[in-house]
Design a protein around this ligand. Sequence first.
Ligand SMILES: [Zn+2]
Length: 389
Amino acid sequence: MLEELSAAVDGLLSVDAHGLSDGELSEALVGLEAERARLDAAEARLVAMWDARKAWAVDGARSGAAWLAWRCRLPRAEARRRVRLARWVRDAPVVERAWREGEVSAAHVALLARACTARTAEAFARDEKVLVDAARQLRFGEFAKVVAYWSQHADPDGAEDAAADQVARRQMHLSQSLDGMWLGDLVLDPLGGAAVAETLALIEEELFAADWAEAKTRVGDSVTVADLGRTPPQRRADALVEMAVRARAAPPGGRRPAPLFTVHVGYETFAGRVCELANGAVVAPGALVPWLDGADIERVVFAGPSRVIDVGAHTRFFVGGARRAIEIRDRTCYHPTCDRATRLQVDHVQPWAAGGATTQDNGRLACPHHNRLRNRRAAPTSPDDGEPP
Ligand SMILES: [Zn+2]
């Protein structure tokens, strides 16, 4: 049964990779990824049959996962995952078909299996095709968001329970070692974590700017990150200490700064349910409640899926309302290969120097890398259009 597959892999292993062009290599990677998915689906089909027959019992194993872990030298968690997916996908015919066609991967199937619980099974059977279509079309992060919203919708109580459970799992350890060093680790829920991470990132940026300025006076214009006086982990540690210093410097009873993080809610008419942090993490509406006391509510009016408010300003830079409107509308870097959602700049689609206006229609979000890159090369407009011009 496996001889032909084995021969095909032998053929692949002996291909002269040096003889392939960049385009051929890229195409081969995409094709291989689809074949890998098909192979996983074929394996799952056999695992399901083998597991249903309890063919593993003859060797005295307690379960199929135990047998697989022993016989194939797999990590136990991986063996359990394979058996679970194989069992689950038998009852999800649309998912299984797409998997066999190589249109979705084991990672997609695993995410769908996790979303399909006893409480959501009925809704899953109804919406299976819609979810599989999302898996086929969207990049993985976007698909994961669709599944997260779907889960909230199919089982609102379950989503709130899961969010409460995440908050309950928060913890932090900080202790001093015998030689006086401090060691720590922490687990934070999505909102608390975002508040800490975004505050730290702001201070880190300040420290980076200071390091850069210092290195420039030392090295001159040829300065690179290698010339900086601190490594990124050292800078992060210093940012945490600086956060403590600033906390003590704040006057008692002073106004708490806001916002510590941004949540996008509403916008249902155009985009379906939205309740996510600015970094793209989907959160349960109930998780926001404890934060509402100290939150600044920012009201944004959408006049269409891609129009917040028209702020036509004849200025060189996107500032104030025009900038905020684009941040809220786009949320991630414009470049199709990139889904960065933090520390973005607002960029002109048609450059200002080429007569582009500073308006919402001519603005988009770009990460620092793609803001620089756009000056050198046009972005591919679709996955099939990735060849540099
Ligand atoms: Zn980018």
